[in-house]
Design a binder for this molecule. Structure first.
Ligand code: ME8
Length: 542
């Protein structure tokens, strides 16, 4: 069984979780669920980033100790995961002993190897960004950009990590590993960044300036720079688990690719003699109604409230269907509802509802065996041939039968999907899958089982059974491809169809008569149509 280790960024606990955080966890979850479905042994890590100036300041502003503040907010992040149906195996907090121990060991190892040195540094410092600035960071008019907040000139002794010594190695590594960063255009940005000489990285903060951090093992007057601390989480969480490291993918947002994940982290690992991860997936950013998310302006989606209102799968589906992994996307409730109604309510939900409804009405709630496929007139004659009880087993005899056409559609869909998933093209995968659901609904319109059920002709009865079996089978198959995305709904569909998945992914995708004889549930509305955009979900959370 191949090992597959996937991580999300660990979120700062200086504010509550928002849609961007939710997206990243769901995206990572989808990949983890796909790999599990493909038979990999998956380890999925997420967590929170608790040290540093921002957290210390936020705690002070609330008048509580940093640890107490972290405990509260970390709980909010942790509680969101089951609400989003995120199947993480582990949740790390950077204030945990297991993490602090490994950070200190790593620092000591690098110090002993001569990769860390002490030096005096004089320069401009941004408190808000917790970083020293360079002349090139100034605006053209000589002022400092507003994102840096207050900038002061300071001199202090600090510890530095020899980043610059690894610049050539990193460039070569990225040239040899063209797919280290997904999407590719982001890898180019990393190489672009590396065209300028790297400075060594200041990895300490004097305690008089910042207390809320992990003390350096070789000088307790300093705490560890928060990025050095945070990046190590990916390794510290699994350091005592054999065979999990190296990570397969780190899933992060585009804002923290360069330099932390694509420059600091590979160099930290390389310098410490630890194998590198296979790669980094850098996703884009969500805006809300074409604007930056901001609590103060109320342009903010609170994931819990949204899930409460529309259900977890409606949100998961939208996030994965709408965003092209690596690109930015805009979230508006109107767009969400349009997608929801078109794809989930009117298409998938409709297929489920009518399938159950007709099985109850015409087949005593049992999926009939397939009897015939060829032209309607020869129904009785073809019956004997269809002994394989395959809804489209006579596809070659009757290439143009609606069953055969639908089956061909299915074969094309299932063949396309693995490569789309492998390339993180989830939006296209979902589009293709919903397209197949549409084709199934069109097939039902064509066969019109409600008419066949009323006719009383034996040949029509045979055709009715085939139609009922075919629609149930098509729904079952579509569900297999939807399982990683909307797991709760798929579990309900499978239960309603009396289907317990068995066999590997390829077997589950085989068009057959898996459901013959299954007892199905009463008609079920999984995704009720929603009429108008209700403004309450774009939560004015202030
Ligand atoms: O950066 N859309 O934490 P964070 C999509 N602690 N993703 C977004 C987003 C948006 N509008 N806003 C934020 C940190 N994110 C560090 C990470 S990892 C060792 C340390 C994503 O809470 C962002 O890109 O600011 C990042 O991947 C994650 O949420 C956490 O952001």
């Amino acid at each position: 069984m191949p090992d597959f280790y996937i991580t999300t960024a660990i979120d700062y606990v200086n504010g509550s979780p928002h849609l961007g955080h939710a997206y990243e966890k769901v995206l990572t979850d989808v990949i983890a669920r796909i790999r599990r479905m493909m038979g990999d042994r998956v380890y999925f890590l997420t967590g929170v980033d608790e040290h540093g100036q921002k957290v210390q300041q936020s705690a002070r502003a609330r008048g509580v100790e940093p640890q107490q503040f972290c405990d509260e907010i970390a709980q909010e992040f942790r509680a969101l995961l089951p609400r989003l149906n995120v199947s993480n195996d582990d949740f790390i907090r950077t204030t945990e002993e297991r993490h602090k121990k490994i950070v200190r060991e790593l620092l000591q190892r690098l110090y002993d190897k001569g990769e860390i040195y002490k030096a005096e540094y004089r320069g401009y410092y941004s408190t808000r960004q917790e970083q020293f600035l360079q002349e090139k960071d100034r605006n053209p008019d000589g002022t400092w950009p507003a994102i840096f907040g207050e900038v002061t000139e300071i001199t202090e002794s600090n510890y530095f990590f020899k980043l610059s010594a690894y610049q050539d190695w990193l460039v070569q590594f990225l040239q040899e590993n063209e797919r280290f960063v997904f999407p590719k255009f982001r890898q180019k940005q990393v190489l672009e960044f590396l065209k300028e000489p790297l400075n060594d990285l200041c990895i300490s903060r004097p305690k008089e300036r910042l207390e809320w951090g992990i003390p350096l093992p070789f000088d307790e007057d300093f705490v560890t720079y928060v990025w050095f601390d945070a990046l190590t989480n990916y390794y510290s969480a699994v350091a005592d688990r054999d065979g999990v490291w190296p990570a397969t993918w780190h899933v992060i947002g585009k804002d923290i690719l360069v330099p932390p994940h694509a420059v600091y982290w590979p160099i930290m690992l390389r310098a410490a003699g630890i194998p590198l991860p296979k790669g980094i997936i850098a996703h884009g950013w969500w805006s809300i109604n074409s604007d930056k998310m901001s609590k103060s302006t109320g342009n903010f989606i609170e994931p819990n409230a949204f899930v409460e209102k529309y259900g977890v799968d409606a949100l998961r589906y939208f996030l994965l269907r709408e965003m092209v992994v690596g690109q930015d996307s805009d979230f508006s409730e109107a767009q969400f509802l349009a997608r929801y109604n078109a794809d989930l309510a009117n298409n998938l939900g409709n297929l489920l509802n009518r399938t159950l409804n007709m099985l109850n009405r015409f087949a005593e709630a049992r999926v009939p065996a397939v009897a015939v496929v060829a032209g309607a007139e020869s129904a009785a004659g073809a019956q004997g041939k269809a002994g394989s009880s395959d809804p489209a087993s006579t596809a070659s005899d009757a290439a143009a039968s609606p069953e055969a056409e639908l089956r061909t559609q299915w074969e094309q869909t299932r063949e396309a999907i693995p490569a789309l998933w492998e390339g993180f093209q989830f939006h296209i995968g979902l589009e293709r899958t919903i397209h197949f659901v549409s084709a199934t609904n069109a097939y039902i319109e064509k066969r019109a089982p409600w008419k066949l059920g009323k006719s009383g002709e034996p040949a029509d009865r045979v055709l009715l059974d085939t139609t009922l079996a075919t629609m149930a089978e098509a729904l079952r198959l579509a569900s297999v491809l939807l399982r990683p995305f909307i797991p709760e709904s798929v579990a309900r569909i499978e239960a309603a169809l009396g289907y317990a998945p068995s066999g590997d992914f390829a077997q589950q995708c085989e068009w057959g008569s898996r459901l013959t004889g299954a007892q199905v549930a009463e008609a079920l509305v999984l995704f009720p149509r929603v009429q108008a955009a209700a403004p309450a979900a774009a939560n004015a959370a202030n």
